[in-house]
Design a protein around this ligand. Structure first.
Ligand SMILES: Cc1ncc(COP(=O)(O)O)c(CN[C@@H](CCCC(=O)O)C(=O)O)c1O
Length: 397
């Protein structure tokens, strides 16, 4: 009987499909005793467990025929209508997706061909790089920092090439924590409008601001300017529960129609029970819930920054986030975050090395720390352990 070599049997696209570093690291960090800053896993103490248990039972009892049956690809209409009301758009401009991660894949499927140029920041969310990479695009990157993308580098890139779309995370960027100031948002939109470019705005962390209020999204600014080219993504993962896998895309009806057609071929629809449950959980008391979440993450961020200020040697630089879930750390040039990862695991602490956040390589001396999951005490202990590993690495440099 002939033996099968699956690598020769997989299609060409399969060769571009690589593992997610975060997902692979999360397996490693399940080891007992490891304090993990790796995954952007929302604080479990914020999950509405009791309320969800009661609501799910009620939904199954009273709407079981709907909740357990196939549903519309566009999504459970009352939830679409709720999202539309929340964002000030019409339900026809809303598609419910199985996480924003699915929306990223659908955008790649719909907009990208082999070698299509697509522009994103360096660093940027590795889940987007992973989703887009499967479609064989050519990544164009512009440096990104605490105030978002370098607009001069962006303008130069746009003068050279016309990307199928720009993928940006203007508020509390993953992994850099960057927050694009209002002026920069306006300037970026002008560049996109002048050129008729599509902008994909991933606003996963829109509600996780530590200041008085959130900045207007690119989507809102574009709508004010009458520009239809911004496709807006956000999710219930960071403000309710990521395990429910419910998120949404907001865009012009023509775009929603095409994304819906693509979604039909992927999963038919997002689980109906989960959509109804999300709708039941957000239709009352959502603003108060968001306030509690902001207070929780602000305290966690504060705990991490206090510990970093105490434990880290001066050679190490790190951001001071104004929201979101991440601190972005830069080791001295020439030091390897992968080497630090191995040393840190010996101290029973984990994080995500920064390399995979750079679509075209680089960032070997960077790393991402998520403060979302652990309580302040374990955050402080984890940073103490990390500080020990950093000093060990510096001593051997
Ligand atoms: C900018 C941005 N866009 C989309 C997502 C995915 O959100 P969904 O849960 O799919 O709605 C995320 C979630 N990122 C987390 C989650 C990944 C966790 C995991 O792979 O288990 C992280 O970077 O750690 C994100 O940061």
């Amino acid at each position: 009987m002939k033996t099968l070599d699956w690598n020769t049997l997989f299609g060409e696209r399969a060769r571009r499909i690589q593992a997610s570093t975060i997902r692979e690291l999360l397996k490693l960090t399940q080891r007992p005793g490891v304090l993990s800053f790796a995954g952007g896993l929302p604080a479990p103490e914020l999950f509405p467990k009791e309320e969800a248990a009661a609501k799910a039972a009620e939904i199954l009892r009273e709407k079981g025929e709907v909740a357990l049956q196939y549903g519309p690809t566009e999504g459970y209409f009352p939830l679409r209508a709720w999202v539309a009301g929340w964002l000030g758009v019409s339900p026809e401009e809303v598609l419910i997706t199985t996480g924003s991660q699915q929306a990223l894949d659908l955008l790649g499927k719909v907009f990208l061909d082999e070698a299509s140029p697509v522009l994103l920041e360096a660093p940027s969310y590795m889940g987007a790089i992973q989703a887009f990479r499967a479609y064989g695009p050519r990544f164009l990157t512009v440096p990104a920092g605490e105030e978002g993308p370098d607009l001069k580098a962006l303008e130069e890139a746009l003068d050279q090439e016309r990307p199928r779309f720009l993928y940006l995370i203007p508020s509390f960027q993953n992994p850099s924590g960057g927050l694009m100031p209002l002026e920069a948002r306006r300037r970026l939109l002008e560049m996109a409008m002048e050129r008729g470019l599509v902008v994909v705005e991933d606003d996963a962390y829109r509600e996780l601001y530590f200041g008085e209020s959130r900045l207007p999204s690119l989507f809102e600014l574009a709508r004010e300017a009458g520009y239809p080219g911004v496709i807006y993504l956000s999710s219930f993962s960071k403000v309710l529960a990521p395990g429910l896998r419910v998120a949404f895309v907001v865009a012009r009806p023509e775009v929603i129609l095409k994304l819906t057609q693509a979604k039909q071929g992927v999963d038919l629809h997002t689980p109906v029970l989960n959509q109804i449950l999300v709708h039941e959980l957000v239709k009352e008391g959502f603003p108060e819930r968001l306030e509690r979440i902001r207070t929780t993450y602000k305290a966690k961020a504060q705990a991490m920054l206090e510990a970093l200020d105490r434990e880290m040697p001066k050679e190490v630089a790190y951001t001071r986030p104004k929201g979101g879930m991440f601190v972005w750390m830069t080791l001295p040039e020439g030091l390897s975050a992968e080497a630090l990862f191995r040393q840190a695991l010996e101290e029973n602490v984990a994080f995500v090395p920064g390399g995979p956040f750079f679509a075209n390589g680089g960032g070997e001396n960077t790393l991402r720390l998520s403060y979302a999951t652990m309580d302040p005490e374990r955050i402080q202990e984890g940073i103490r352990r990390l500080g020990k590993a950093v000093k060990g690495l510096l001593a051997t440099a």
